[in-house]
Every structure is written in C-alpha cells, then in structure tokens.
Design a protein around this ligand. Structure first.
Ligand SMILES: Cc1ncc(COP(=O)(O)O)c(C=O)c1O
Length: 454
C-alpha cells in the first residue's frame, strides 16, 4: 500500500473508528497497526511488515489464512444462495452442519441451535436453561452459577455471569452493575494462588470445588445452571484446572439436579488437545456452546448444542430465541468445509504435536526472575509476571509491565495478548509451523528479559 493511502486510512480511523475493549485516546495517539493481508499464521500490515499471529485472531484461526478449500466453499454457497434465514425455512448446509456437530460432540448432545458469536451462543444457552425450568414448572430457578473470573461474552446476560460474590468482581461487572441480573460464582481452580489455601498440586483434593458444593446445597432450588469454561479459563489468565476438576464439577452439578453448561467457544476444535475439552474427562454437559474457530475463522457462526432431555422440555412450547442470521447458509457451508479439513488434516494430532513443542519452548521461561508461573493446556498458554517471585507479589499496575512486553514483542513481529493479572497469553493456531512457534516463544522470551531488566 502507498504511504499516502496508509496515512489516509489512519486519519479516517482516528475520525470514525471505535474499537472493542480499546482505550481509544491511547489508540489514537499512536500509529495504528493496519493489517491488510494475511498468509498462513502471518498478518501483513499496510507497510508490508509481517507479524506472526500468536493469538490466532483471538482463537479463530484454525487452518491458516488463504485456504482455498474454505474460499471455494464460501463462493459455491454464495452462488447457490447467500442467505435464507432459518425462520421456518431450512437449507442443506445448516442441516448437514447440525448433524455433523451432533456426531462430533460429546455423546448425547443431539440438538443444535445456531447463532453468530460466542456471546450469543452463551446467551442462547442461558435462555434455554431458564426456559427449560419454566417448562418444568420451576420458574424460581433463575440464578446462574459460574466459575469466578470466567469470560463468557460481551452481552448483558453473559456479563451478568461475572458473579457478584466472586473473588474477582472486576471492572466489567462494576461498570454495568445496575443493568445486570444477579448470579453466583464459585472458586476458580487457580493452583498458583489456590483459593482453598493448598500449597502445591500434591496437596490438592480439589478443595476449590467445595465452594460449588456449598452454593448448590444452600441455593439449589433457585439455580438454573452451572456454567464453566471446561479445564481452562483463558481470558482469566490461563487458569488451568487440575485433572479431574471438570468431572468433579459435573458430578456435583448433576447430584444437585442442576443443568451444566460447558462453554467451549475457545476450547473447542482441538485447542486443548481433544476435539472438545469436555472429551478429555468424559463429560457430557446439558448444553454446550461452540464458536470462534467453527468456520476456521472465516465467517462469524456459533452454536448451542443441547441434549434431547433439554430439547424435549420445549415440545409443548416455543423457544423464544434466535436472530435473523441464525445458521445462515454462507457460515454453515464454510463451517462444513472447515470440519472437512479438521478431519482430513487430523487437526487434533497436529495441535498436540505443536503443544508439545510449546511445552518445551516454555520451559526456560520458568527460570526468569520475574516469571511467577507458566501455565499451558494444549494451545492455550500463559506466562504470569510478578514483581517478586518469592512472595508472588504483582507489579504495580502503573508500571504496565505486560503491556510493555506485548508492545515490544509486536515491534519485533509477534502478536500476543495481555490479560488482567499480568498474564501474557498465547493462542497459536494448530496450523502454525514448529519453526514459527519457536520464533513466537523466542521473541516473547527476549521481550520479557528486556522489559524486566533481566
Ligand atoms: C470462553 C468464551 N466464551 C465466549 C466468548 C465470547 O465469544 P465472542 O467474542 O465470539 O462473542 C469468548 C471470547 O473470547 C470466550 O473465550
């Protein structure tokens, strides 16, 4: 792109754009990164500079950019019909995709309700869970229980899941508090800062789940569902649960007769090793959400899967939910092509091989003076920075240490994210080459050393 064109774009950007989750004054004060093209796992900016996308466009990129199979599926569907809407009309791509999702999901999740984003898929799950209890004659079950710190989306419903009794009532909940419904949260399985006061993994008898047991014992007749990000909370700072945690949560939830919602929007599609994270512990939730990489990141599409037991409660009623674009044909056609690639190229095997490389590459980070903890589940990894390793004391927020590290990594050609809690997160695509992954970790390692003065 010519320099004058880039300057013009940046001027228009400053005048008209409003970015998600972005401090706009700061954004406008610097030269915005304008991504013009992409190739595999690399983003190429308007000046021709290349950046390795260590965050897979927030978990969307599954097969790499520029995959002709996905482009051809999109064009072929667009030639047949761009959209039809699922409002009392069916079309082949959505039906095929529903059947395919049901076949791939944990056994028992047979019904598929389509939406457009992860947030709307979770919102759908919340409404389905509540409406289920209404249909069962228990409308007092209107409270949801989530895991503290979890992220389930940006809508008012999903923000409401940031339980007001949690140990991490944060800025998002505080900002919108008067608009939200009440919810409860139980301890997150944070082994680095164990909420149950255990000192190491070896002492762990999953005491952190006792807070869920307590809530359900006390409140069970008014609880609609428990919602979790299965086995890892990415945006909470890559909180990886000890083995057996998900199965235990599922057992407690079932024993109290409450519905379980697994939010697989980020963890799905082999990001944690198995196709869905629930698969690793043999858990079938009552409702499960998928999104992000469902179309390989090429189009926005998401889905809420339900068991027949949940679905059957709606036989005498109508599920009052859905939007114009629910299950639109283009998205469904590209998702089918993406699932073909998923199977043909054995994405789970590829993700596991890459995750092994990542584990090896992350090992040296543990020796850095200001790295408190390194956490990883499959292709979700986080490095927690601390001012003092001995006492696990965080840096003063005004030092903005992780922001500075991410900016330096970006200047050196690698995109990674900072999340609250001074954690740098990596979400490499399973399609990334092993050499590219080493470039990612090497660049990040050097950036941490430079910014922390090691
Ligand atoms: C676990 C989880 N659920 C839901 C969402 C929301 O998805 P979306 O941003 O597509 O609305 C996210 C987004 O990061 C997520 O990580």
């Amino acid at each position: 792109m010519e320099k004058t064109d880039v300057d013009r774009l940046r001027a228009l950007d400053r005048q008209h754009m409003w970015y998600p989750w972005t401090p706009m004054a700061e954004w406008m004060a610097r030269d915005q990164l304008v991504v013009e093209r992409a190739d595999g796992c690399w983003l190429i900016d308007a000046d021709g500079k290349r950046y390795l996308d260590g965050r897979s466009s927030m978990g969307m990129n599954l097969h790499g950019h520029g995959r002709t199979e996905l482009v051809e599926a999109l064009v072929a569907q667009a030639r047949k019909a761009g959209e039809t809407t699922l409002y009392r009309v069916s079309h082949p791509a959505a039906v095929e995709l529903a059947a395919r999702l049901a076949a791939m999901a944990p056994p028992g999740l047979q019904r598929v309700f389509f939406a457009e984003s992860g947030s709307t898929a979770v919102e759908t799950a919340l409404k389905a869970a509540y409406a289920y209890w209404v249909a069962k004659g228990q409308p007092q079950r209107s409270t949801f229980v989530s895991m503290a710190g979890g992220y389930h989306g940006e809508t008012l419903g999903t923000i409401s899941l940031r339980g007001e009794n949690g140990e991490q009532v944060d800025m998002i909940r505080k900002t919108y508090e008067p608009l939200l419904f009440s919810s409860l949260s139980f301890h997150q399985p944070n082994c680095y800062r164990c909420p149950a006061g255990q000192s190491s993994d070896t002492d762990c008898a999953l005491e952190c789940t006792e807070s869920l047991e307590d809530i359900l014992t006390r409140e069970k007749d008014r609880i609609a569902a428990v919602i979790v990000e299965p086995r890892v909370q990415a945006l909470a700072g890559v909180i990886t649960a000890p083995a057996g945690h998900l199965a235990k949560v599922a057992e407690i939830t079932r024993r109290h007769g409450v519905l379980l919602i697994a939010d697989e929007v980020l963890t799905g599609w082999a990001r944690t090793g198995t196709t869905f994270s629930c698969d690793a512990e043999g858990v079938t939730p009552d409702l499960m959400t998928v999104g992000k990489a469902l179309t390989g990141g090429y189009l926005p599409l998401s889905a809420t899967l339900a068991t027949e037991q949940v679905f059957e409660a709606f036989q005498e009623s109508v599920f009052l939910s859905g939007s114009t674009y629910s299950g639109y044909a283009l998205g469904a056609a590209v998702a089918l092509a993406s699932l073909d690639l998923f199977e043909k190229e054995d994405v789970p095997a590829r993700a596991n091989a890459l995750a092994d490389v990542l584990a090896t590459e992350l090992e040296p980070f543990r020796a850095l003076t200001h790295v408190g903890d390194v956490r990883q589940l499959g292709l979700i990894a986080g490095v927690e920075l601390v001012a003092d390793r001995e006492t696990r004391t965080p840096y003063p927020p005004q030092e903005r240490v992780v922001d500075r590290i991410c900016t330096l990594a970006r200047d050196n050609g690698v995109l990674v994210n900072a999340v609250p809690g001074d954690v740098i997160t990596m979400l490499p695509s399973p399609s990334m080459t092993h050499d590219d992954l080493r470039f990612l970790t090497g660049t990040l390692y050097r950036a941490i050393r430079e910014v922390t003065g090691e």
